[in-house]
Design a protein around this ligand. Structure first.
Ligand SMILES: Cc1cc2nc3c(=O)[nH]c(=O)nc-3n(C[C@H](O)[C@H](O)[C@H](O)COP(=O)(O)OP(=O)(O)OC[C@H]3O[C@@H](n4cnc5c(N)ncnc54)[C@H](O)[C@@H]3O)c2cc1C
Length: 466
């Protein structure tokens, strides 16, 4: 029998790690140990009004290759769908404004594109960028943009865009991790407007004007871990759910993983282990075998969020307000409960063709350190989402036929200032035979997680005998 390798955590990072292991030249016995009763972690489908829809992530960035490459390797290329070419909007001073195109995480490549969303005075301030001395360390993204382009760019554009990705606050998040191109510009003393223009030009050259930025699957992003698990099992990989790993011990020549109830512990021996769990459980597992890595990971905070999915009978005539846009983002300055809404049925025509009788809208709630917003019953969260949608759209939606509330406690890691050093410390504190993959390290998006899981698998493979 070949070497035994365990992957702890059956989210997309762990499953991608197992996929990479299953393609290795070595003869391996691979086990994925997942604590929950289902695989996928944050990728999840739920039944709403009789249809299976995403209640976690609903798209992948098509500009990065990792997720689409995996999808193609699984033979699912024909299942890939793209959003309709309708724009999203940002709420500012009580009304919706078109989302400016070609921004670098909110920094406009064309200042005129944000006129309206910002006042003329605010646009004037951003055009007259204040150049600050080159920086040689990490800084808070929001504060840096405020210094360079004025508070309005941070508060009304950067903030809602970042909340959409990290559910975090721009004045706490790392410039280096969240927008590396701006960090390089800050380091090299380049105006950020110039960096945004260069990034927009490079992106349009690389993909051509009509290539979609986002993608999904016909059966939802949540179908990806299910398909991946099927393929892994076909390849002889054991994917075991309901198995929370409670302890990791180093023994002569390998690792013992302890799972099962404390009165009936199960101990299993492995030659190598990939930990693809969120930072807190990873830190607990590493406490004795890699205390420095554990300490670094324990410092990473998470934001909790909730997704409210609203299903409306499509035959109701009052849905025109949902037809012209893929949704909107809401900056904290607007004092609404929701931070974003997606008009799912408009954004994803292929889904709407699938279930035309139901129109789906989803709202997302929750920012870092604002857990109090979520501490109320599902019905109240749903009512708040419907009330905010009515406020922004200028009319109430028809009564829903179903509403689903999905809570994601500790849903998104926060890349605080200095996050790169934390990750470097965690990796430096590891010992051969252990790998780390997941949203806490190199990016929270699905492509980054897939890349991180696969890289962790390659790391442990490098230490196994051929
Ligand atoms: C609401 C929401 C919307 C999002 N939208 C998007 C989007 O549209 N596009 C996008 O690209 N990204 C999106 N993201 C981000 C992305 O979904 C996540 O960052 C990514 O799925 C994380 O994957 P992961 O495998 O690293 O972690 P997880 O999905 O958290 O998986 C970790 C797994 O480890 C298991 N586990 C934990 N502890 C143990 C243990 N001790 N033993 C065994 N198993 C354990 C957990 O049960 C879990 O299944 C969104 C995230 C959220 C929360």
């Amino acid at each position: 029998m070949g070497a035994r390798v365990a992957v702890v955590g059956g989210g997309i990072s762990g499953l991608a790690a197992a996929w990479e292991l299953s393609r290795a030249a070595q003869d391996l016995t691979i086990s994925v140990l997942e604590g929950a009763e289902r695989v996928g972690g944050k990728l999840r489908l739920a039944e709403v009004a009789g249809h299976l829809v995403d209640v976690g992530p609903e798209s992948v960035l098509a500009r990065r290759p990792e997720a689409l490459t995996l999808i193609c390797e699984l033979g699912l290329a024909t299942e890939v769908i793209h959003p309709a070419p309708v724009g999203a909007s940002i709420v500012s001073r009580g009304r919706r404004w078109p989302m400016p195109r070609g921004t670098l995480m909110g920094v406009p490549s064309d200042p005129d594109s944000v006129r309206g969303l910002l006042t003329d005075a605010e646009v004037g301030r951003l055009i007259a960028e204040t150049l600050t001395p080159p920086i040689h360390h990490d800084v808070p993204l929001g504060a840096f943009i405020e210094q360079r382009l004025g508070a309005a760019v941070t508060d009304r554009i950067v903030e809602p865009l970042l909340a959409g990705v990290y559910a975090g606050h721009s004045r706490s998040l790392s410039l280096e991790m969240a927008v590396p191109a701006l960090h390089r510009a800050a380091r090299d003393g380049i105006p950020v407007l110039e960096a945004a223009r260069a990034a927009a030009a490079a992106a349009s050259d690389a993909r051509g004007p009509d290539t979609p930025v986002f993608a999904s699957l016909r059966s939802g992003v949540g179908s990806l871990p299910l398909a991946l698990t099927r393929r892994l099992r076909e390849r002889g990989v054991e994917v075991r759910t309901g198995t929370t790993v409670r302890e990791l011990r180093a023994v002569d020549g390998g690792w013992v993983l302890v799972s099962g109830p404390t009165i009936d512990e199960v101990e299993e021996l492995f030659d190598a282990v990939v930990l693809a769990t969120p930072a807190a459980p990873t830190a607990r597992l590493l406490r004795t075998v890699a205390p420095r890595a554990a300490q670094a990971l324990a410092s990473i905070e998470y934001a909790s969020v909730a997704i409210v999915t609203i299903a409306i009978d499509s035959s109701r005539g009052e849905l025109a307000a949902l037809a012209d846009s893929s949704g909107f983002l809401v900056p904290p300055a607007e004092s609404l409960t929701i931070k974003a809404a997606t008009f799912t049925s408009t954004k994803w025509p292929a889904l709407h063709e699938h279930f035309p009788e139901t129109t789906f809208v989803r709202a997302s709630i929750g920012r870092h350190r604002e857990e109090a917003t979520l501490q109320r019953p599902d019905e109240e969260l749903a009512a708040a989402a419907l009330a905010d949608l009515a406020t922004v759209l200028g009319q109430p939606l028809p009564d829903p036929v179903a509403v689903h509330v999905q809570r994601w406690g500790g849903g998104l890691p926060q890349y605080a200032v200095g996050h790169r050093l934390v990750v470097d410390r965690a990796r430096a504190g590891l010992v051969p035979g252990l790998g780390l993959g997941g949203a806490a390290y190199d990016g929270v998006g699905i492509p980054a997680c897939v890349g991180s899981g696969r890289a962790a698998a390659r790391r442990v493979l490098a230490h196994l005998p051929d």
